[in-house]
Design a protein around this ligand. Structure first.
Ligand code: ADE
Length: 415
């Protein structure tokens, strides 16, 4: 199978960066060492649709060490790190179908290529691989023993499929592990979204009014990091419970209509579309910056912005400047796609260590337990989640207390 990557000559650079990040991924490394001996994936082809970054490469080499035959495509056309794709192909003989900046047709073609290889397990981020398998590769569905899903957005799509009885195999909701969403979504997105914004713009956050749209785990993370840098945080939400939580955390909470007028920087992390709509765009201040850190590029209505604009030009790498009729300039980062992966390198490896430990163990769980699992969404057992946290603590030179049997007995009793 001939891979489709940008340039195999980038492989050395990719390998050096992968090695750097591998040092921050001790939990995944210990799982990889075990996989090397136990070979849980012998004779299994694993279709992987994830952001192709240094961290993902370390996951993919771990499952290959476990005997799998991985075949890889990107979960976003703009997030691929071409040097990493090259190293996977050249140094690890893993077929990769992804080029940074690939057009929509190529992106879809690459998804189909992975599915045409008839994978037994699907590792997904955003559910494009699983949904495409059900829509266009039904003849191969029978051989799929299960899938894993990385994101909140993907799980929301898969829950819709499951509700309609459309999902034909079990999927492990990796995002629902505590060692995933409490860390990756909060500390990972919190840091990397701001990192992407700062790399793209070199803006000072201190003193700015930063509107964080959505107060899920990602929104909580972004807001806390903005506050740490001295920004004034405004939260917009549709659910009154997290909106109330944000208010008690000390943030200003207001509807988007009001936030649009006061924000200097907007970061969307809702998972929904047109969170920043035409009316909001028309009301924004001159110089406002718009970034998205949600999975899909639907959160900012870029079509409306294009219609409102009388001119547009690239202002810096990853920054498009739109001039509106009222002479105000709005700046969109990374085409409204995941700002952390487009303008930055994605989450730090130390946090992806937890997420990808979950992915690796979820794939292994599927191999061991798929016959007991019904089609639909499942979570990893609590003890796996705890084991991952325990391994991470240990790698950090930390430990925590153990309950005594007396304490266990106390908690189990009710009198
Ligand atoms: N790097 C690899 N996968 C990632 C993800 N889902 N989010 C952020 N950075 C990543």
């Amino acid at each position: 199978m001939k891979p489709d990557i940008r340039d195999p000559n980038l492989a050395e650079a990719g390998a050096t960066r992968m090695e750097w990040d591998a040092r921050q991924m001790p939990v995944l490394q210990s799982i990889k060492d075990r996989f090397c001996h136990e070979k849980p994936f012998e004779d299994l082809r694993i279709g992987v649709c994830l952001h192709i970054s240094t961290k993902t490469a370390n996951l993919v080499t771990a499952i290959k060490a476990g005997g799998a035959e991985p075949i890889v495509c990107a979960s976003n056309p703009l997030s691929t790190q071409d040097d990493v794709a090259a190293s996977l192909v050249v140094h690890h003989e893993i077929p990769v179908f992804a080029k940074r900046g690939e057009d929509a047709d190529t992106f879809r073609r690459h998804l189909h290529t992975v599915l045409e290889a008839k994978p037994d397990i699907l590792l997904d981020d955003g559910a494009d691989l699983v949904t495409t398998a059900h829509l266009s590769h039904r003849q191969h569905l029978e051989r799929v023993i299960g899938g894993t899903e990385e994101t909140t957005t993907g799980i929301s799509r898969l829950r819709s499929m499951a509700r309609e009885g459309a999902l034909t195999f079990p999927v492990i909701a990796v995002n629902d592990s505590r060692t995933k969403h409490l860390f990756d979504n909060r500390f990972g997105t919190g840091q990397s979204a701001l990192d992407g914004v700062i790399r793209a713009t070199n803006l000072l956050i201190a003193g700015k009014t930063v509107v964080v749209c959505g107060y899920g785990w990602c929104g909580r993370g972004v807001a806390s990091r903005v506050r740490g840098l001295g920004g004034h945080v405004v939260i917009t939400e549709v659910d009154p419970v997290p909106a109330l939580e944000a208010a008690m955390e000390g943030y200003r909470v207001m509807p988007m209509e009001e936030a649009a007028v006061v924000g200097d920087l907007f970061i969307t992390v809702t998972g929904n579309r047109s969170v920043v709509n035409r009316d909001h765009l028309a009301a924004m201040k001159d110089g406002a910056v718009l970034a998205n850190a949600g999975h899909f590029d639907v959160e900012i209505d870029l079509e409306a912005l294009d219609e409102l604009a009388v001119a547009r030009r690239p202002a810096r790498p990853f920054v498009e400047e739109y001039t509106l009729e009222n002479n105000r300039r709005l700046h969109v980062l990374g085409e409204g796609r995941l700002v952390n992966l487009v303008a930055g390198e994605g989450h730090p490896a130390a946090v992806m260590d937890l997420s990808f430990a979950n992915q690796a163990l979820a794939a292994e769980f599927l191999v061991k337990r798929h016959e007991d699992l019904t089609p639909g969404i499942h979570v990893l057992p609590e003890e796996i989640d705890r084991d991952i946290a325990g391994m991470k603590l240990e790698s950090m030179g930390l430990s925590c207390d153990k309950m005594t049997s007396d304490q266990k007995e106390y908690l189990d009793s009710w009198e």
